[in-house]
Ligand binder design. Structure first.
Ligand SMILES: [Zn+2]
Ligand SMILES: [Zn+2]
Length: 254
């Protein structure tokens, strides 16, 4: 069984777990070591059970805990060359270099890095395949490409960034330059962008939908749930929210 959980998601830290009976993968670790251990315990995961940490990109909310966690428990890290060369990932003794759209295997999980438009050196997000199920995890992207649309079709599970409501962002308190960055094509996905992407990929396979990286200033979880569920006519109850503090508990991709 393929399953997914979150230690937390948002501008103060992101970390997602993907697991089968055989392998457990962590995508990003944007929390302090102490906080990470606390959050792993909440999900009943001991750090030594982690087979890999995958980096999406070098922004602090994704990598601040990667070095300390990987060094303390000797967990191998997988990253693009650009993220490593940014010099922001800390000292890593055990790492492998990956490239966008070149798949690799961890245990029984097939991993495909998806190159995405975002303002980092070589950002990627990930598509996981195991037990005949397909799960995509996309937390930071300012826009989407035809390749992304193609790869997200027929997914069984999708964790997708719904960062901001466009009106709240542009009428909100951020300085203009930050509004331009967040709202630009290399920034973060708005609710309406996420909805448009969902509308072009949704089919009967999709059973698990999770909204992530929700801005505390420029969005609200209720609005995401309501607007997304209505726009895509989501029949399966709530869209799950990956919360900053609580993340979400283990969910099966079925
Ligand atoms: Zn980022
Ligand atoms: Zn981020």
């Amino acid at each position: 069984m393929l399953k997914v959980a979150s230690l937390g998601s948002g501008s103060k830290g992101n970390s997602t777990l993907i697991a089968t009976e055989e392998a457990t993968i962590m995508v990003d670790c944007g929390f302090t070591l102490k906080e990470t251990l606390k959050r792993l315990e909440r999900l009943n995961v001991v750090p030594s059970a982690l087979d890999a940490i995958l980096i999406t990109h070098e922004h602090q909310d994704h990598i601040s805990g990667v070095g300390p966690l990987s060094r303390k428990f000797d967990i191998p890290v997988w990253s693009t060359r650009g993220s490593l060369l940014s010099g922001k990932c800390g000292k890593l003794s055990n790492y492998s270099v990956i490239e966008g759209f070149n798949r690799f295997i961890i245990g029984d999980i097939d991993v495909l890095p998806i190159s995405v438009p975002h303002d980092a050196r070589e950002p990627c997000q990930y598509l996981f395949n195991a037990d005949d199920k397909k799960l995509a995890v996309l937390t930071d992207l300012g826009s989407y490409t035809p390749e992304i649309i193609e790869l997200l079709k027929s997914c069984d599970g999708l964790l997708l960034e719904c960062n901001h409501d466009e009106d709240m962002l542009w009428n909100g308190p951020y300085p203009y330059s930050l509004k331009q960055r967040v709202g630009g094509p290399l920034g973060h996905m708005s609710n309406s962008q996420a909805i448009k992407l969902l509308q072009s990929i949704i089919d009967d396979n999709l059973k698990l939908l999770i909204a992530s990286h929700i801005s505390e200033q420029n969005n609200c979880p209720d609005l995401v749930q309501r607007s997304v569920a209505t726009a895509i006519d989501w029949p399966l109850g709530d869209v799950i929210i990956a919360e900053q503090d609580k993340g979400f508990d283990w969910l099966a991709v079925s």
